[in-house]
Design a binder for this molecule. Structure first.
Ligand code: ZN
Length: 308
């Protein structure tokens, strides 16, 4: 067994389909992943099982890394928490209403730091990735849902995720654009940003308008090959992106906006997205950079390791 290394952290990304854990050594120019494990999230086996599975994964990955004393642990997961510490708005629905954080802490026998998965993404990209060096950055996940996280430069230049008064800072996906006529959202309102800009929302709109079912990458290709429905749809969604992101820029005025998730792989959001944002932002020259993620799928779990 190695002696205790003060730079080691455990990060856990509790996703809807998979749960990943890493042991990372901090302090360098890039994250040094010492051990990594990935398992399917057993959402069908119920709440208690997910609590135990998460704790077992933490112990196993620490054992893989050869550490005797468990390093500080951070967990990133979708959703937010209520004032009394219960999970809210998670797409792993058996967690909703449950005191997941307290139960993991009790089962693990030590403190754990929790955050929203979009905050973890934004934090990792600001520390090691595409928004590194920014004083203020906004990380956006355009995936199965739409989430966001605000990261501010902290003491000693170390980026920190800004949680906000009720833990919803950066929850841009549920800003309502068309409260009367927009598509219904699971949050109970209509016309949230998520109902226009998530991957499934774009795929569903394409199917409704064309009668054909295509995946997001195929829709992007079709738009460049004379498919008028695909082209008009992406033009429209880039415009929505610009209008919605402009509301963030007008309030936060970040140095960098970094995009992640499946929709962020569509070039059109960089080619024409920045111009659309500029049209709707209260400025004559747009200084904010809009950039693609640099850490890929690992950003969530690496960001979780940066929490404690
Ligand atoms: Zn909503």
């Amino acid at each position: 067994m190695a002696h205790a290394d003060p730079h080691l952290r455990v990060g856990v990304d509790l996703g809807g389909t998979k749960t990943e854990a890493v042991v990372v050594r901090l302090g360098g120019d890039a994250p040094e992943v010492v051990a990594r494990r990935r398992i399917p999230t057993a959402r069908d086996l119920g709440y208690e099982h997910i609590v135990l599975q998460t704790c077992a994964l933490v112990r196993d990955v620490a054992s893989d890394a050869g550490v005797a004393d468990l390093p500080p642990v951070g967990v990133g997961m979708p959703g937010s928490r209520t004032r009394d510490g219960r999970v809210k708005n998670s797409n792993t629905t058996c967690l909703n209403g449950m005191p997941f954080e307290a139960d993991v802490v009790r089962a693990l026998g030590r403190e754990v730091t929790f955050a929203n998965d979009a905050n973890c993404f934004a934090l990792a990209e600001a520390t090691w990735g595409a928004s590194r060096g920014a004083r203020v950055s906004f990380g956006v996940i355009l995936g199965t849902g739409v989430g966001g996280g605000v990261v501010l430069e902290g003491p000693a230049g170390r980026p920190r995720a800004w949680e906000g008064a009720q833990g919803i800072a950066g929850e841009w996906g549920h800003v309502t654009l068309e409260p009367r006529d927009g598509p219904p959202c699971y949050c109970g309102r209509r016309g949230c940003v998520e109902t226009y800009l998530s991957g499934p929302a774009i795929e569903r709109a394409y199917e409704e308008r064309s009668g054909a079912r295509l995946g997001l990458p195929e829709i992007a290709v079709a738009a460049t090959r004379g498919d008028d429905v695909a082209r008009a749809l992406l033009d429209e969604r880039v415009e929505v992106f610009g209008r919605a992101l402009a509301t963030v820029l007008d309030v936060l005025d970040p140095d960098v906006v970094v995009l992640g998730g499946g929709v962020s792989n569509l070039d059109v959001f960089y080619e024409r997205g920045a111009a659309a944002v500029a049209r709707w932002t209260f400025t004559d020259v747009l200084a904010t950079k809009i950039v693609k993620h640099a850490l890929g799928d690992s950003a969530g779990v690496l960001g979780a390791a940066l929490l404690p």
